[in-house]
Design a binder for this molecule. Structure first.
Ligand code: GUN
Length: 266
């Protein structure tokens, strides 16, 4: 199943649920930047919400807002019974500590799954696992290589692959080129999330049965590009654009509906 087919199927499932309930799930998005990437993500999240019948509010604040005032806004959403879940779009301006904000979001309303007490996982790694499951890929015993160790993707991805009994290796910017090549040649699944355009290319050897999940997104004058060169000699490679980003977006709404179902005991 391609990513597009998976996302269409998942959207239909979520849409069917939303149409069956009277009180529509309600998402809020706080945005405190004018980042082009964030504007695009936020627009996509609102468009997807509308398509599924989910109510979505965008609360945009000036980048000069203080950390204290932003915390007050988070607290308002925590205490607003009409809001089922919300996210604070990252990145935040440098005078605001992202970790403080992430911890201020009530774990019961944390659609991003960033809070350590959240029952949900971050959307990108969870969405990737769901996509692999939807493709009936038996993960147990596979050599999974995670390239990148971010808190949003690399680390939770490694945890989820481990929970599915993969043999997980995490490599990063300090891994030597020789070790990197050796791990890549041995990998059954590669999840790459480093934001380095076309880092995976023909100079590496791959298993012809390998799966490459490309989380990277870089922009240049010719458009958007992933961390992997397209059409590497492997069994399955997700495209950029039109790949993991779509899965992340639908998983965010899946997380919102999980919160909604828990709240209303459905
Ligand atoms: N910025 C880039 N990706 C994300 C995400 O998944 N969640 C939030 N809140 N901000 C982001």
């Amino acid at each position: 199943m391609t990513i597009k087919e998976y996302v269409a199927l998942k959207k239909q499932e979520l849409k069917d649920f939303v149409s069956s309930v009277e009180v529509k799930p309600h998402l809020a998005i706080i945005q405190v930047n004018e980042d082009a990437g964030s504007n695009a993500y936020v627009k996509g999240k609102i468009k997807d919400s509308q398509e599924l019948g989910i109510t979505a509010d965008l609360l945009k604040f000036d980048t000069t807002i203080s950390q204290e005032d932003l915390l007050k806004e988070v607290e308002k959403l925590n205490n607003n019974p009409a809001i089922d879940g919300f996210i604070v779009q990252m990145p935040l301006p440098s005078h605001i500590d992202q970790e403080v904000i992430k911890l201020a979001i009530s774990p019961e309303k944390d659609v991003d799954g960033f809070h350590p007490l959240s029952k949900l996982n971050p959307c990108t790694p969870q969405g990737i696992i769901n996509y692999l499951h939807a493709n009936n890929i038996k993960l147990q015993g596979l050599n999974a290589l995670v390239i990148g160790r971010s808190n949003i993707v690399g680390k939770p991805m490694a945890k989820l692959l481990l929970a599915d009994n993969c043999n997980v290796t995490v490599v990063h910017s300090k891994t030597s080129k020789e070790d990197m090549a050796r791990y890549i040649a041995n990998a059954d699944i590669i999840v790459i999330a480093i934001g380095k355009m076309h880092f995976l290319n023909e100079s590496f050897k791959y298993k012809d049965t390998a799966i490459i999940i490309d989380v990277g997104i870089s922009r240049d004058e010719t458009g958007l590009h992933g961390d992997a060169v397209p059409n590497l000699p492997v069994a399955l490679q997700t495209p950029v654009p039109g790949g993991v980003g779509l899965v992340t977006r639908v998983t965010l709404l899946d997380n919102l509906l999980k919160i909604y179902k828990e709240k209303y005991k459905i």
